[in-house]
Structure formats: C-alpha cells, structure tokens
Design a protein around this ligand. Structure first.
Ligand code: MG
Length: 249
C-alpha cells in the first residue's frame, strides 16, 4: 500500500477541490534548473524550456517583412540586427510564458536618445519591452531601457555599459478577449539584470508611437518579435517556458 501523505480531514481551501495539506493534490513536475549566464558564457536553460535561439542559427525565426528566412547575422554565438532587413519573429506562437532573452549594445554604441542601440522585444508581436542603451543616455522615461514603450518607465535604470550582456527575464500573461471585448488586460513582470523593473503591471494596450495604446482583439497566442530599428544590437540565449496554473501538470 502506498504510503499515505498529507491529510484528508482538513478544511477545503476556498474555491478549490483541495484540502489544506491535501496529499492527493498533483505533485509539482520536476524541472532541472538551468545555470546563470556570465558575460563570456550563456547560461543553460531549465529542462522544460523551449529554445528559440541557442547561438547557432535562425531556424526558429522568420522575416516580418516577407515571411521568408530571417536575414539577421549570426556569429560568435549571437544574432545581430542587420539594419534595414526588418523585424524578425518566431515561427512558433505562444501566450503566457516565462521568457529569457539576453542582449548587448556594441561597445562602440554611438548616437543618443532613441537612436542608441534601439531594438525591442515584442511579446505576441505587439507589446514592446524597449531595448536601448541607456547606460549614460537620457530619453523620455517611457522609452528608456526596459520601458513598456509609451506606457511605463522601468522602476529603475539597471543598465550595464554597452559591450556587456544584459538580461531580461519576463513573466507574461496574455490579454484575454471574449470576442471583441477585452476581459482581462495583459500583465507583465520584468527583471532586468536580476532587478525588478515591472511588477505584474497591466498594459494599456498594443504598443504605439505618439498615441494612446489600445487593445485590438487577437488570438491567445502570438510570435515573439525582435525589432530592427536601424541599429546594431545583439541577442543570445533566448528561451521560454509555458506559464501554467497551479495543479496544472
Ligand atoms: Mg525599440
């Protein structure tokens, strides 16, 4: 007989089928944790991560311009924006997730304001977390590094100098629509180089420029999109994990 775990005479937790200390509640799935990146070596993803870019090729990506192969450069274990070739996006579409992505402004990053190693991480192809070199660079706060562009500045500026790898760890909850009606906004949490810069923040809507963001209904899954803003920016070690609910195994 299986060893009894937990209790079956305790009260039910409100709104659930589970008792306090319920031994029948699903056991959490085992995930082998990854390792942290160093400047020289990208970390290893956790065992249940879906790899979008491991430093070798762009086979998981396509051009947003024509749907053909992504035309950005791949070398030395990173991909690099080939200015003028356009945004790229993942072939795979997904919704709620934990996303890990590392980026680097080249050491010789020049320009100022919005024109200093500008790129962007667009969740579901629509909602931008700004990529920009703001180590010593002032711009409008809702357009600075890690901003939800046009909506929220980051809580702090945790930029490393250009030439160093920077890390976004993003927890993303897709907006919910009932037909054309928004029933729950998107929520985002972002850690930038290990520092919280957005904490379960509800988005106003789709990213825009000089306009009020608004939601437009879209499918529950979408691609991850990276921006070609005409500047050279590098990316490496891109992966995500599907964000599940409690007891969903
Ligand atoms: Mg941008």
């Amino acid at each position: 007989m299986a060893k009894k775990i937990g209790y079956d005479d305790t009260p039910f937790l409100p709104g659930t089928r589970w008792r306090v200390h319920d031994g029948n509640r699903p056991q959490p799935k085992v995930v082998r944790p990854g390792t942290f990146s160093t400047q020289d070596v990208p970390g290893k993803p956790p065992s249940d991560a879906i790899i979008l870019f491991d430093g070798t090729d762009l086979s998981k990506w396509r051009s947003c311009v024509d749907g053909g192969p992504a035309r950005w450069k791949v070398e030395n274990g990173y991909m690099e924006v080939a200015p003028g070739t356009g945004d790229i996006e993942t072939i795979e579409h997904f919704g709620d997730c934990q996303l890990h992505i590392e980026w680097q402004a080249p050491a010789e990053s020049s320009g100022e304001g919005q024109a200093k190693s500008n790129s962007g991480v667009f969740l579901m192809g629509r909602y931008e977390v700004q990529v920009l070199d703001c180590y010593n660079n002032i711009t409008y706060p809702d357009g600075t590094t890690g901003a939800i562009y046009g909506q929220y500045p980051p809580l702090v500026n945790a930029c490393r100098p250009p030439g160093e790898w920077q890390v976004y760890d993003i927890i993303w909850e897709a907006p919910r629509f009932d037909g054309d009606r928004l029933i729950r906004p998107a929520y985002i949490t972002v850690l930038f180089n290990g520092v919280v810069i957005h904490n379960h923040t509800p988005l106003y809507g789709r990213t825009g420029h000089r306009q009020l963001p608004r939601y437009e209904p879209h499918p529950p899954i979408g691609p991850l999109r990276l921006q070609d803003h005409g500047d050279v920016v590098r990316f490496r070690n891109i992966w995500y994990r599907l964000l599940k609910r409690y007891d969903e195994v």
